[in-house]
Design a protein around this ligand. Structure first.
Ligand SMILES: Nc1ncnc2c1ncn2[C@@H]1O[C@H](COP(=O)(O)OP(=O)(O)OP(=O)(O)O)[C@@H](O)[C@H]1O
Ligand SMILES: [Mg+2]
Length: 365
C-alpha cells in the first residue's frame, strides 16, 4: 500500500543519512493522552484535511496534532505526500514535523506548536483587532515566508511546488518568525521536468494562478502568484477577494493595481497601521506583490528575485519593476472595471475542483 511504501522509503533515507531523523512514530494512546482525548477545548481549528488540536507530551513539549477527517484513499494520498515531503525538508521558515501515527483507521500528523498561530488569524481573525501586526513584523513575515518558499523551489531535491500558499498556511512562532506549513497538496517535481500535470486543481480560490486553475499545469510560478496575493493581504489587511455586492467579487489584485497606477500607496496600507509604516518598504512590498500576481506566468519574478527585492538588495531590478508598463498605463475603465462575476460559494474556501475537460499535456499557456 502507498502509505507503507512511503514510510519505508522515508525510514531508509533517514537511516542512510548522516543526520538523525528528528521525527518519530507516535502511538494513538500517546496522542490521546497529549490532547486530552481530542478534547474540544484543545481544538485550534479545522481545515479541509481535518481538525487541528493543541497537545502536550509527557516531557512538557507542546505539539499540534492534525487528525484526518474521515480516512479514505484520497486522504491517504495526501497523508503520504505530506509525510514524504515533511521528512525531506528542514528550514527555519518551514514548519517542523515531529512525527505521525497510523493506527487502524486513524491518520495523524504531529507538528511543533506555533504560539502565534497563523498569519490569517492576525490579519482577519480574532487577533486582528486586539494587537494588529506592526510594520516591522509584517516585513519580517514577508521575507521569512518567501525564504521558506525559496528553499522548496530552489534548494530542495527534488524541487517542491507547494500549491496552497495562503495566509492560514503561514504560521508564526513565539518570536513571530514565519513558518510555511501544509504540504498535503504539494508535489515533487521530477528531475529534468519543468512542471507537474494534475487532473485535479487543488488550492484555495483567490490565490490560484489563472493558468493553473484553467489548465492544471503546476509550475513554481503558481506559488509565486499565490505569494503575490499573500503579500498584498499582508500590506493591506484585506482578504484575497472582497464582496462588492451579492454576486460580484473583486480580487485584491484588481483593487490594488489602479491605486498603484495613481501612486496612491498610502490607500493600500492597512488602516490598522495608523500610518506607522516605512513608505519605501510598503512600495516595495506592493510592487513586488503585483509583479508576482500578474496573469502571465513568464513575467512573474522567481522566489529568489522576490526575496532579493523585498530585502531591497537589487536597485536595478527594483527600478526595472517601478518603470514597468503595468504600473504606467492608466486603466481602461470600460474593458476592465476590476470586478468579476462569481458565485457566493466562491468565498474563500479550499476546494478540489475537477477539470471540466481533458487536459492536453502540451497545452500552451
Ligand atoms: N503547528 C501549528 N501551531 C499552531 N496552530 C496551528 C498549527 N497548525 C495549524 N494551526 C491552526 O489550526 C488552523 C487550522 O489549520 P489547517 O491547516 O487544518 O486549516 P487551514 O490552514 O485553515 O486550511 P487548509 O486545510 O486548506 O490548510 C490554522 O488556521 C492555525 O490557526
Ligand atoms: Mg493549513
Amino acid at each position: 500500500m502507498a502509505f507503507w511504501f512511503c514510510c519505508g522509503k522515508v525510514s531508509n533515507r533517514a537511516r542512510r543519512g548522516k543526520e538523525q531523523p528528528t521525527w518519530r512514530v507516535f502511538s494513538l494512546k500517546e496522542l490521546h493522552s497529549a490532547t486530552n482525548n481530542f478534547n474540544y477545548d484543545n481544538k485550534l481549528g479545522e481545515g479541509c484535511f481535518g481538525s487541528v488540536y493543541w497537545g502536550q507530551l509527557w516531557d512538557g513539549s507542546q505539539i499540534v496534532v492534525k487528525r484526518l477527517k474521515v480516512w479514505s484513499n484520497i486522504d491517504e494520498t495526501e497523508f503520504t505526500v505530506e509525510l514524504e515531503i515533511l521528512a525531506r525538508i528542514r528550514h527555519k521558515n518551514l514548519l517542523s514535523f515531529r512525527g505521525f501515527c497510523a493506527e487502524g483507521q486513524e491518520r495523524l500528523i504531529v507538528y511543533e506548536y506555533m504560539h502565534n498561530l497563523s498569519l490569517h488569524s492576525h490579519l482577519h481573525g480574532h487577533h486582528s483587532f486586539e494587537s494588529p501586526l506592526d510594520w516591522n513584523r509584517r516585513m519580517k513575515i514577508a521575507i521569512g515566508s518567501a525564504e521558506g518558499i525559496v528553499y522548496l523551489h530552489h534548494q530542495a531535491t527534488p524541487r517542491i511546488i507547494h500549491r496552497d500558499i495562503k495566509s492560514s498556511n503561514v504560521l508564526l512562532d513565539s518570536d513571530f518568525r514565519a513558518k510555511v506549513a501544509d504540504f498535503g497538496f504539494a508535489r515533487l517535481i521530477p528531475d529534468g521536468a519543468t512542471h507537474v500535470m494534475t487532473t485535479k486543481v487543488k488550492g484555495t480560490l483567490g490565490y490560484l494562478a489563472p493558468e493553473y486553475a484553467m489548465l492544471g499545469k503546476a509550475y513554481e510560478s503558481c506559488d509565486v502568484y499565490s505569494f503575490g496575493v499573500l503579500l498584498l493581504e499582508l500590506a493591506s489587511g484585506r482578504r484575497p477577494t472582497e464582496k462588492l455586492s451579492s454576486t460580484v467579487r473583486q480580487s485584491i489584485v484588481d483593487w490594488a493595481l489602479p491605486l498603484v497606477c495613481e501612486k496612491k500607496f498610502g490607500e493600500i496600507a492597512d488602516p490598522r497601521l495608523n500610518g506607522n509604516y516605512v513608505e519605501a518598504e510598503l512600495k516595495r512590498v506592493v510592487l513586488v506583490a503585483l509583479m508576482s500576481a500578474q496573469d502571465l506566468p513568464e513575467k512573474r519574478p522567481t522566489m529568489l528575485d522576490v526575496v532579493e527585492l523585498l530585502k531591497g538588495e537589487s536597485k536595478d531590478k527594483f527600478s526595472h519593476i517601478e518603470n514597468s508598463e503595468m504600473f504606467r498605463n492608466p486603466l481602461d475603465a470600460e474593458t476592465n472595471d476590476g470586478t468579476s462575476e462569481t458565485e457566493d460559494s466562491f468565498d474563500y474556501i479550499s476546494e478540489e475542483k475537477e477539470l471540466e475537460r481533458p487536459l492536453r499535456e502540451n497545452a500552451e499557456l
